[in-house]
Ligand binder design. Structure first.
Ligand code: MN
Ligand code: MN
Length: 338
């Protein structure tokens, strides 16, 4: 640990940034998210000099998956793929590690056979981070993991949501009453009062459904759904503008299910749906979301065993970097007004 009394924020930013690929080769060393230092979450949230501003966290849990499993291996594969990401976003000009102290805080200690117990562990892991003002960027795991993360981040006040996915994930229950699945996280979060449904927008929904009631429930709560056909009809700039209008100025969470991408760009996921976004479209969409008050984000449902060429993990890593740029700008804005 550095000496708390003498280290400046500039020096802390120097410590909590990725290992340079110009100094040690990107393929060498133990793979952490973005080649960032690995830090104990208690140190990251503590009062000492190792407090960081953005924590990258893996949740290797897929015990709430209803179709093809494998997302438990997502964090490990995205860590590996993310070692190729560099420090500067050439399109937006954002250099995230110059704006926010970042670290890999490791994986949440999940119970692979118990979703309820895992939810408790996830919430307990994130609560001290939220109280310390650390912005988490999570890599799943199946989409169920977002629910306990939202419980921790939204405990003080309900959050807005930008949810990019092929699916609404607002089912009530599946398989004779199971309420904790990757098809239910946003319904549970609204019920728990940690999401404000009138500040929630879901983008890219598509595919066949068992019944319409999942969408009907979301719409009845006041959530906005922009299904893929509306995305195509209106174009990305209008979609991004509406996402900004719906979420407004308040604290907002960004959740990205990799199955929002077309299976051509993300074959390695449990519930693929044809007719999705290209990876390039998603990067454009995310770049149009700058300036929101983002308090956390995730990339979920990367399943490497269904991803023979590593395409999906690479997409997940690239999207995670794009989202990290958004989060880092938010940290910089909060620093400047503090
Ligand atoms: Mn989902
Ligand atoms: Mn999905």
């Amino acid at each position: 640990m550095a000496d708390e009394g003498t280290e400046t924020r500039a020096q802390r930013l120097e410590r909590f940034r990725p290992a340079s690929g110009m100094v040690t080769p990107r393929f060498s060393g133990i793979a952490s998210f973005m080649r960032l230092p690995v830090l104990d979450p208690a140190e990251a949230a503590g009062e000492g000099a190792d407090r960081v501003e953005i924590g990258l966290i893996g949740i290797p849990f897929d015990g709430a998956t209803t179709n093809r499993p494998g997302a438990r291996l997502g964090p490990r594969a995205v860590r590996e793929a993310s070692t190729g990401t560099r420090a500067l976003n050439p399109v937006t000009g954002v250099a995230p590690y110059a704006l926010a102290a970042c670290a890999d805080l490791g994986d949440v200690p999940v119970n692979p056979v118990d979703a309820a117990e895992t939810a408790r562990r996830i919430e307990a892991f994130y609560r001290p981070l939220a109280e310390a003002g650390i912005v988490p960027l999570t890599v799943g795991g199946d989409h169920f993991v977002t629910y306990p993360v939202l419980r921790a981040l939204g405990a003080a006040r309900p959050l807005g949501l930008i949810h990019i996915d092929a699916h609404s994930d607002t089912d009530d229950a599946q398989y004779d009453g199971s309420r904790l699945t990757h098809g239910t996280p946003f319904r549970r979060a609204v019920e728990a009062g940690v999401l404000d449904p009138r500040r929630c927008i879901q983008i890219g929904l598509r595919g066949s459904m068992d019944a319409a009631d999942e969408h009907d429930w979301a719409l009845a709560q006041g959530m906005r759904i922009i299904a893929m056909e509306e995305v195509c009809a209106r174009g990305l700039p209008e979609v991004a503008a509406e996402a900004r209008a719906v979420t407004g100025e308040g604290p907002t969470y960004l959740s990205f299910d990799i199955d929002a991408l077309d299976p051509a760009f993300a074959p390695g996921t449990g519930t693929p749906e044809v007719g999705g976004f290209t990876t390039r479209e998603v990067l454009h969409l995310l770049r149009a979301l700058r300036g929101l008050d983002l308090v956390g984000a995730d990339v979920v449902e990367v399943a490497p065993s269904l991803d023979p060429a590593g395409i999906t993990a690479l997409a997940g890593a690239g999207i995670a970097f794009e989202i990290l740029c958004l989060l880092a700008e938010g940290v910089a804005v909060r620093q400047s007004v503090a």
